[in-house]
Design a binder for this molecule. Structure first.
Ligand code: SF4
Ligand code: ZN
Length: 148
């Protein structure tokens, strides 16, 4: 792979993005250690390349890559402007097409696959509808009380 982009990355020459294991012993300690460095990824145009190179999920990576803070390969913090396109291609699993499948992608630092994205949209729409139905029911109850 062409690694020339690393020469222009904002973190070039900076330490602490992959801290030594003896520097932290918990997720909280890792966060305290790495959080101040996360802003360095803000202007970085190589977030996708960074994630594709580090392979945080596969490597069960602890540290900063691609504008995200990873703990055991799971995203535990991120810049506000990160987007799914920066993540790696989704692996298809038996769970795909369900909410659990979407969570499996997230846990693995992947973009959602189309069927998981669709499942997520449908679940969100169902939840919105159910919430609207409950709100209408609550309003109706209040009206009933008010008129009795
Ligand atoms: S996204 Fe990766 S390459 Fe870019 S600044 Fe952050 S850690 Fe460095
Ligand atoms: Zn999927």
């Amino acid at each position: 792979m062409n690694r020339d982009w690393t020469l222009s990355a904002p973190c070039r020459g900076q330490n602490g993005f992959t801290p030594n294991e003896d520097e932290y012993s918990s997720e909280g300690a890792l966060k305290r250690l790495c959080w101040p460095l996360l802003a360095t990824c803000g202007p970085c145009p190589f977030r996708s390349e960074c994630i594709a190179t580090v392979k945080p999920s596969q490597a069960r990576f602890d540290g900063i890559a691609g504008g995200r803070l990873w703990w055991g390969g799971i995203v535990v913090g991120a810049l506000d402007d990160v987007c799914e396109d920066e993540l790696t291609e989704p692996k298809l699993r038996a769970s795909c097409g369900t909410e659990a499948g979407a969570k499996d992608h997230t846990r693995s630092g992947e973009r959602p696959c189309p069927s998981c994205a669709q499942a997520t949209r449908e679940i969100a729409a169902r939840r919105r509808n159910e919430k609207a139905r409950q709100d209408r029911q609550a309003e109706q109850l209040q009206l009933d009380f008010a008129t009795t």
